[in-house]
Design a protein around this ligand. Structure first.
Ligand code: NAP
Length: 334
């Protein structure tokens, strides 16, 4: 493969939104490497996805210690992608990693201890061949470790220069309030909360989003397409090679229920009326809210990524469209 050279027009193709009250702006669409970049995937295929993203102004790449499969392999592969040319643009990129879920055996290989977080960040830096990550997250709250310990470790990573900013993921509103306050005491602001958010999962709307807005913390939405369910791909069954069909996929066949598919069918009709694919509409629907800093999409092909980027062409919704969508989302289908 030829040495990579980024498209000079990439910044004309993307809109950037400020992350809370910080100095950082993120692209409206970010790329996540949870799936599709592991040792089970094809290098020549996913390097093209990464290049296409950057060529379209996607400056933010989201990783975690255990992304793959196998655990660690997405970071390793991203390190190879950086070495093969993308790394020349390191200062134009926001690269994040996380620790919190199980990574290695024994009592120090998961959750929120200082021991685990510090060791995991060092391993992530090594795998990616980086001196620092831009954002490091506590991937999930730990019911046993004091929050002071977990947040203290995050603050120290910033002081050590191994992370420029820190964030939290999967914390509920109350845990988030406490984490923000502890980090503030350390004079290390919480930059961002990474929360699952889609048309089908709106847990963050009542308490978390208003809290983040008040505290000046950004929200980045993950699984905006419900791992592919909120697209037209499952309308006629479960295709081979889809996440729901793969043994390594996280979407279970049992989640592709007739009720969900009926909602998807109705939403697909609304999307068509807006001249969008359902994937585009599902992403635009999240981005209509200015409190959502960015949406992290996954993509198993360049075509999927391009479809998702097309969402940026129309993030406005008429009141009647929002009402129609709401009616579908609230309906109890039997
Ligand atoms: N903080 C956390 O706890 C957490 C948890 C989960 C994810 N995340 C982050 O969020 C990122 C995105 O999560 P996700 O992968 O679940 O996101 P997603 O965008 O909801 O799902 C991605 C999957 O949907 C399908 N897809 C994507 N675009 C499509 C399109 N235009 N048309 C049809 N199908 C399409 C593909 O599935 P197929 O493979 O079937 O083609 C793709 O792999 C992750 O990579 C990770 O960075 C964070």
């Amino acid at each position: 493969m030829e040495y990579y050279k980024a498209d000079p027009d990439r910044y004309d193709k993307m809109t950037y939104r400020r992350c809370g009250r910080s100095g950082i702006k993120l692209p409206l669409i970010s790329l996540g490497l949870w799936h599709n970049f592991g040792s089970v995937d094809v290098f020549d295929h996913f390097i093209k996805i990464a290049h296409t993203a950057f060529d379209h102004g996607v400056t933010h790449f989201d990783l975690a210690n255990n992304y793959g499969p196998a655990y660690g392999s997405a970071e390793e592969n991203f390190g190879h992608i950086l070495k093969r040319g993308l790394g020349a643009y390191r200062d134009e990129m926001i690269i994040s990693s996380k620790a919190g879920y199980d990574m290695w055996p024994g009592p120090y290989g998961e959750w929120g201890s200082r021991k685990y977080l510090m060791a995991s960040l060092d391993q992530s830096l090594k795998r990616m061949g980086l001196d620092y990550v831009d954002i490091f997250y506590s991937h999930r709250p730990d019911p046993e470790t004091p929050l002071e310990e977990t947040m203290g470790a995050l603050a120290d990573m910033v002081r050590q220069g191994k992370a420029l900013y820190v964030g939290i993921s999967n914390y509920n509103a109350e845990q988030t309030r406490e984490a923000i306050s502890i980090l503030r005491e350390h004079k290390v602001p919480c930059l961002i909360h990474q929360a699952r958010y889609s048309m089908f999962d709106r847990w963050s709307e009542p308490d978390l989003l208003p809290l983040l807005e008040k505290e000046g913390v950004g929200l980045i939405a993950f699984s905006p397409l419900e791992q592919g369910l909120l697209t037209d791909k499952y309308l006629h069954g479960i295709p081979e090679n889809s996440r729901a069909a793969k043994s390594t996929g996280h979407l279970q066949r049992s989640q592709v229920t007739p009720e969900a598919i009926e909602k998807v069918r109705l939403l697909n009709t609304i999307a068509k009326e807006r001249n969008q694919t359902l994937a585009e509409m599902a992403i635009s629907w999240l981005l209509k809210d200015e409190r959502v800093t960015s949406v992290i999409v996954g993509a198993s092909s360049v075509a999927q990524l391009m479809d998702n980027l097309n969402a940026l062409k129309n993030t406005q919704f008429a009141a009647a469209e929002l009402e129609a969508i709401e009616k579908v989302l609230q309906s109890k289908l039997t």
